[in-house]
Design a protein around this ligand. Structure first.
Ligand SMILES: *[C@@H]1O[C@H](CO)[C@@H](O)[C@H](O)[C@H]1NC(C)=O
Ligand SMILES: *[C@@H]1O[C@H](CO)[C@@H](O)[C@H](O)[C@H]1NC(C)=O
Ligand SMILES: *[C@@H]1O[C@H](CO)[C@@H](O)[C@H](O)[C@H]1NC(C)=O
Ligand SMILES: *[C@@H]1O[C@H](CO)[C@@H](O)[C@H](O)[C@H]1NC(C)=O
Ligand SMILES: *[C@@H]1O[C@H](CO)[C@@H](O)[C@H](O)[C@H]1NC(C)=O
Ligand SMILES: *[C@@H]1O[C@H](CO)[C@@H](O)[C@H](O)[C@H]1NC(C)=O
Ligand SMILES: *[C@@H]1O[C@H](CO)[C@@H](O)[C@H](O)[C@H]1NC(C)=O
Ligand SMILES: [Cu+2]
Length: 701
C-alpha cells in the first residue's frame, strides 16, 4: 500500500501523532492512526479455556466452588449473552464491540484494516460520515472499492467530520451483526466536555444462529417441532422477524433468560458508573440485526440532545426507540438516591418482555444488582416515547408516541434546502416485500444486485440492467438499481412502505449525506387497539387499484398539487438531520438533501437481512465531477467475459464435430485466464493504468 501520499502522511504522523490512552487521539494531533484486525473468535473462551457465567461473573470451566475462586477478568473474554457453547463471532481486535475510535473534528483519521479471516473478504464503512472529496473511502464493496481479500490490508483515510456519535462496521455480507463493529466518536474542540460521556452499543442476539444461517432461515422459512415459526410482532401488528430475539446486548454483554422459568444465566453486564450530582451524556448506537429497542433508565428521565450527529432541541422523555443504524445522545442527571438502577432496552415484541440490560451504578452504591422497576405509565402520568415506528400504544398502556418530525433541530443553521426551478428532483421509493409467488426485499420492486467490480472507481465496467422488461409497475426484477442526481439539485425523496409489500418497518440509511427530515406520515390505526388498519392515503401507489395488491413501485402524491415540493405540513426551518430514518409500515417519510457531495452512495435498509436480500439502491451523485481516487487505488477484475464470449462463439463448432475435448480445453483456458487475472490482481492490487489498457481486450464481446 506504500505510495508517495502515504509516505508524506507517515512523516506527518511521526511529527504530530500522539495517542492518549488506548483508543483516543490527542486533541493536538492532526493525524490519528489506528490499526484494526478482523478475525473470527469463539465466545465464552479465555484463550484455550472454556468459561462459564455465574452471578454476574465468569469462571474457568473447572471451577467447582465459585465462592472460593476468583472470577476471570472480563476484558479478555467475549461473553455475549453468556451462553456456554461458544458461538463464532467476527470481530475487530478480538473484542465485541471492536475498540472505540475517538478523535477530534478536523483530524485526518488513518485506519489500517487487516483482513485475517480465512474465507471472506471485507470492507469497513464509517457510518454517518460524509466522506466529502473522498467518496472512495466509504467502504461499500463493489460500490466504492474492491473488497479486501483474506490476508490483505487496506488503509482508510478520511476527515473527521461532522462531530457526534458514529460507528464503524463491516459492510460485507453479515459480518456486521456477527460482531464486526465499533464506536466512532468525533469530538467538538470548541465544546468543553460539560457532561462526562458513556458510549453504549445495543444489539439483539441469538446464540444458536449466526447472521448467515439466520438469513437462510428467513429466506426459506423456519420450523420448530415440525411447525412453521411465525414472525414476532409489535403492538401495531407489524412484523418484526423470525430471527429469534434470545438476548439483548449492551456493549457486547447481556444475559440469556430461560423462556420457561424466566431465570437468567447470570452472565456479566455492562456497568456505567456515575457520581451523584453530575450530568452524563450517553451516546447510544443501534448496532442490532433486526430489532428496535425502547431505552429507559429506572428512576431517571432522559433528555434527548442529538441524533445521528446533529443536535436536537432537548426533549425530556421516559424512553426513546432506536433502530439498527440510528444513534441517539441523551443526558441523564444523576440526582436520584445513591444506588443501582436498571438501564433497559425493551425489544418491541408485543408478546414478550425481552430486553437488553445494563446497570447504572452511583459511586458509593454497593456492588450489587439493581432491584428497581420500570416506571409505571398511568392515566395521569403518561409515558412519552420518542421515535415509535407506529402512532399509538394500546389505550391501557398510557403511553404516547412522539415522532421525529415533531422534534426540532437545536439551531436554525440547517434549514431544508430551497427549491429552485429546474434544480428540483423528486423520487418515490417504496421499501417492502411485494410479490406474488415470492416476496424478496426490494425497493420499487428492484432487488438489488451488486456490481461485479467497484462501480464508482471502475465506471467503465458498470452496466445497470434495470431497464429490462422485468422491471416496472407491479413487477419484480433483480438489477443494480441506481438513481441519478446532479450537482446543486435539491432532491426530495419520499420513502414509503405500503401496498402489497407492507408488513415490516424499515430503518433506511443513506451514505454520504445527513438529510433533512421534513415530514412523516403514518398509516391508519385503531386508536384503542393501536393496530394498523390501512396505508396512509397521501400516497397514490398506482398499479393495481386494490391497495393490498399494488406493489407500489410507481408511486406519486395522491394530491397532485403536492408535486414539485408543495407538500403541506413540512418542517423547513429547523428539521432534524439524520442519516438513518424509520419508514413505518403503512406510512412514509419525506426527506430533502442538497446534491453537494459527488459520489456513488449506497442507500439501504439497515436491517441486516433486508439489506442482504436486496433492499438497497445507489445514488449516482454528480458523476462527472466525482473526484478521482489516487492513481494507485486498488482495482478489481470481473471474471472476463472472454470466457462467455468464446463459449458462445464456439458453441456451434463443438456440436458440429462433437469434440468434447475442445470444450474441456476452453474451460481450462478460461479457468486459467481467470486465475491469471486473479493472480495479477492479488500480486499487484493497484494497476490503475493496466485496467485502462487491458479491459477492452478482456471485455471483447
Ligand atoms: C488493534 O490491535 C493491534 C494489534 O494488537 C494494536 O496494535 C492496535 O493498537 C489495536 N487497535 C486499537 C484501535 O486499539
Ligand atoms: C464453597 O466454599 C465455601 C468457603 O470455603 C464453603 O463455605 C462452601 O460450603 C463451599 N461450597 C461448596 C458447594 O462446596
Ligand atoms: C411482561 O411483564 C409484565 C410486567 O411485569 C407482565 O405483566 C406481563 O405478563 C409480561 N408479559 C409476558 C409476555 O411475559
Ligand atoms: C407510472 O405511472 C405513470 C402514470 O400512470 C405512467 O405514465 C408510467 O408509465 C408508469 N411507470 C412505469 C414504470 O410503469
Ligand atoms: C377499534 O377496535 C375496537 C376493539 O376491537 C373496536 O371495538 C372498535 O370498533 C374499533 N374502532 C374502530 C374505529 O374501528
Ligand atoms: C390538495 O392540496 C392542496 C394543497 O395542500 C389543498 O389546498 C387542496 O385542498 C388539496 N386537495 C384535496 C382534494 O385534498
Ligand atoms: C453514473 O452516471 C454516469 C453518467 O451518467 C454513468 O456513466 C455511470 O455508469 C453511472 N454509474 C452508476 C453506478 O450508475
Ligand atoms: Cu428493512
Amino acid at each position: 500500500m506504500a505510495s508517495c501520499s502515504f509516505t508524506i502522511l507517515a512523516i506527518l504522523i511521526i511529527v504530530t501523532r500522539a495517542v492518549i490512552g488506548e483508543d483516543e487521539c490527542s486533541e493536538a494531533a492532526t493525524v490519528c492512526e489506528f490499526y484494526l484486525e478482523l478475525d473470527h473468535r469463539p465466545t465464552m473462551m479465555k484463550g484455550d479455556d472454556l468459561v462459564y457465567a455465574n452471578n454476574g461473573h465468569i469462571y474457568k470451566y473447572d471451577v467447582i466452588n465459585t465462592s472460593t475462586a476468583s472470577p476471570i477478568d472480563l476484558s479478555e473474554v467475549i461473553t455475549a449473552d453468556g451462553w456456554e457453547n461458544p458461538r463464532l463471532v467476527t470481530v475487530f481486535n478480538g473484542t465485541m464491540p471492536g475498540p472505540p475510535i475517538i478523535v477530534y473534528e478536523g483530524q485526518t483519521v488513518v485506519v489500517h484494516v487487516k483482513n485475517s479471516l480465512k474465507s471472506e473478504a471485507t470492507t469497513l464503512h464509517w457510518h454517518g460520515l460524509h466522506q466529502r472529496g473522498r467518496p472512495w473511502m466509504d467502504g461499500v464493496p463493489f460500490v466504492t472499492q474492491c473488497p479486501i481479500l483474506p490476508g490483505q490490508t487496506f488503509t482508510y483515510e478520511f476527515l473527521a467530520e461532522p462531530t457526534g456519535t458514529f460507528w464503524y462496521h463491516s459492510h460485507m455480507g453479515g459480518q456486521r451483526t456477527m460482531g464486526a463493529f465499533g464506536a466512532l466518536i468525533i469530538r467538538n474542540r470548541m465544546k468543553e466536555n460539560a457532561a462526562q460521556e458513556h458510549v453504549m452499543t445495543i444489539q439483539d442476539w441469538n446464540h444458536d444462529w449466526d447472521s448467515e444461517l439466520a438469513y437462510m432461515k428467513i429466506q426459506h422459512g423456519m420450523y420448530e417441532g415440525r411447525k412453521k415459526v411465525q414472525p414476532s410482532m409489535s403492538v401495531d401488528g407489524a412484523l418484526l422477524s423470525i430471527f429469534k430475539f434470545q438476548s439483548g446486548l449492551i456493549n457486547g454483554r447481556g444475559r440469556y433468560h430461560d423462556p420457561v422459568s424466566g431465570k437468567s444465566n447470570g452472565a456479566p453486564l455492562e456497568v456505567f458508573e456515575v457520581e451523584h450530582g453530575k450530568a452524563y451524556m450517553f451516546r447510544v448506537i443501534g448496532v442490532g440485526t433486526v430489532y428496535p429497542f425502547r431505552i429507559s433508565v429506572d428512576g431517571h428521565t432522559l433528555t434527548i440532545v442529538a441524533s445521528d450527529g446533529y443536535e436536537i432541541e432537548s426533549e425530556v422523555v421516559e424512553s426513546f426507540i432506536i433502530n439498527p443504524g440510528e444513534r441517539f445522545d441523551f443526558i441523564i442527571y444523576a440526582n436520584s438516591a445513591i444506588s443501582n438502577y436498571w438501564i433497559r432496552g425493551l425489544s418491541l415484541e408485543a408478546t414478550s418482555n425481552h430486553s437488553a440490560e445494563a446497570i447504572l451504578r452511583y459511586n458509593g452504591a454497593p456492588n450489587e444488582e439493581p432491584t428497581t422497576s420500570k416506571r409505571s405509565c398511568t392515566q395521569n402520568n403518561n409515558c412519552v416515547v420518542v421515535n415509535c415506528p407506529y402512532s399509538y400504544y394500546p389505550l391501557q398502556d398510557y403511553t404516547k408516541c412522539k415522532s421525529l418530525d415533531k422534534l426540532k433541530a437545536a439551531t436554525y443553521k440547517y434549514p431544508a434546502p430551497d427549491i429552485e426551478p429546474g434544480k428540483f428532483k423528486e423520487f418515490f421509493l417504496n421499501f417492502g416485500f411485494p410479490g406474488t409467488n415470492s416476496t424478496p426485499p426490494s425497493v420499487n420492486g428492484h432487488i438489488f444486485e451488486n456490481p461485479p467490480v467497484s462501480a464508482m472507481t471502475q465506471p467503465k465496467e458498470f452496466h445497470s440492467s434495470c431497464d429490462k422488461a422485468e422491471c416496472g409497475e407491479d413487477k419484480l426484477c433483480t438489477c443494480s438499481h441506481v438513481i441519478s442526481i446532479d450537482d446543486g439539485d435539491t432532491v426530495q425523496l419520499i420513502l414509503s412502505n405500503m401496498g402489497n409489500g407492507r408488513g415490516y418497518s424499515h430503518p433506511v440509511h443513506l451514505h454520504g449525506h445527513a438529510f433533512h427530515l421534513i415530514k412523516m406520515g403514518y398509516g391508519q390505526y385503531n386508536e384503542t387497539t393501536a393496530k394498523i388498519t390501512g396505508d396512509n392515503l397521501d400516497i397514490n401507489c398506482r398499479g393495481n387499484p386494490d391497495r393490498s395488491m399494488t406493489f407500489c413501485n410507481n408511486a406519486t402524491w395522491a394530491n397532485t398539487s403536492w408535486l414539485g415540493g408543495n407538500v403541506p405540513g413540512v418542517e423547513l426551518e429547523r428539521p432534524l438531520r439524520k442519516d438513518t430514518i424509520i419508514v413505518p409500515t403503512g406510512g412514509y417519510v419525506v426527506i430533502r438533501l442538497k446534491a453537494d457531495n459527488p459520489g456513488l452512495w449506497n442507500f439501504h435498509c439497515h436491517i441486516e437481512f433486508h439489506n442482504h436480500g436486496g433492499m438497497q439502491l445507489l445514488v449516482n451523485e454528480s458523476f462527472s465531477i466525482i473526484p478521482k481516487p489516487p492513481p494507485d487505488f486498488p482495482t478489481c477484475w470481473n471474471f472476463p467475459s472472454i470466457y462467455h464470449a468464446k463459449r458462445e462463439t464456439n458453441h456451434n463448432v463443438f456440436h458440429e464435430n462433437g469434440n468434447r475435448y475442445m470444450i474441456l480445453t476452453w474451460i481450462f483456458a478460461a479457468a486459467f485466464s481467470g486465475l491469471l487475472v486473479y493472480t495479477l490482481y492479488a500480486i499487484h492490487p493497484h494497476h490503475g493504468q493496466m485496467d485502462e489498457d487491458k479491459m477492452p481486450l478482456l471485455q471483447e464481446k
